[in-house]
Design a protein around this ligand. Structure first.
Ligand code: HEC
Length: 163
């Protein structure tokens, strides 16, 4: 048989009950509303002072872009990876062959023929900048492709341009 002294019961009750943060009713258990996670619409945590972005895409001047060299080592792996990315992000407009005959092409200005002599003669940095910042009607692809991936796509474009 249970015997319970009054002070012990009061102590038990005091530790088991908490005030719900929004005020109001007394609840026996805390629930998911009380957790350190972000709430809907709440701003993410502010950056610590002095934080430096690792992969920040400041707009490039055409002169600065022209000087860029492709830091991604050339080779089959880079071309294969570039091809996979091109198929996802560029083919809808530029077409699988890169000639500007993608399915979206008929709905907008005809996208550039990336296999043309003009783009074969342009520098890696020019192609990289076009991917990153867009050009004319072409939207920037900076959010879809990481820095490394953009250079892999440049390698693939070079392979498309080979006769
Ligand atoms: C929404 C359609 C669309 C997508 C997606 C797209 N492009 Fe384009 N791209 C265009 C159009 C349209 C042009 C021609 C721009 C103009 O003349 O206004 C163009 C032009 C270009 C140029 C030439 C830029 C210049 O200044 O001459 C390059 C290089 C290029 N695209 C590469 C790519 C690559 C690589 C991808 C994928 C990572 C890509 N584009 C994705 C539509 C697109």
């Amino acid at each position: 048989m249970w015997k319970c002294s009054l002070p012990a019961a009061a102590l038990l009750l005091a530790t088991a009950c908490t005030q719900y943060p929004s005020g109001g009713s007394l609840r026996l258990h805390t629930d998911m509303a009380e957790q350190p996670g972000f709430r809907a619409q709440e701003n993410p945590r502010a950056l610590p002072p002095g934080a430096v972005a690792r992969d920040w895409d400041a707009p490039l001047s055409p002169e600065a872009a022209a000087k860029l060299k492709n830091p991604e080592p050339a080779g089959e792996a880079a071309v294969a990876q570039g091809k996979t990315l091109f198929r996802v992000y560029c083919t809808p407009c530029h077409g699988a062959s890169g000639k500007g005959d993608g399915t979206v092409a008929s709905k907008i200005t005809r996208p550039a023929d990336l296999t043309s002599a003009k783009y074969a003669a342009s520098g890696d940095g020019f192609l990289y900048q076009a991917i990153r910042e867009g050009s004319g009607l072409m939207p920037p692809q900076a959010e879809s492709l990481s820095n490394r991936e953009r250079w892999q796509v440049v390698h693939y474009l070079r392979s498309l341009q080979k006769p």
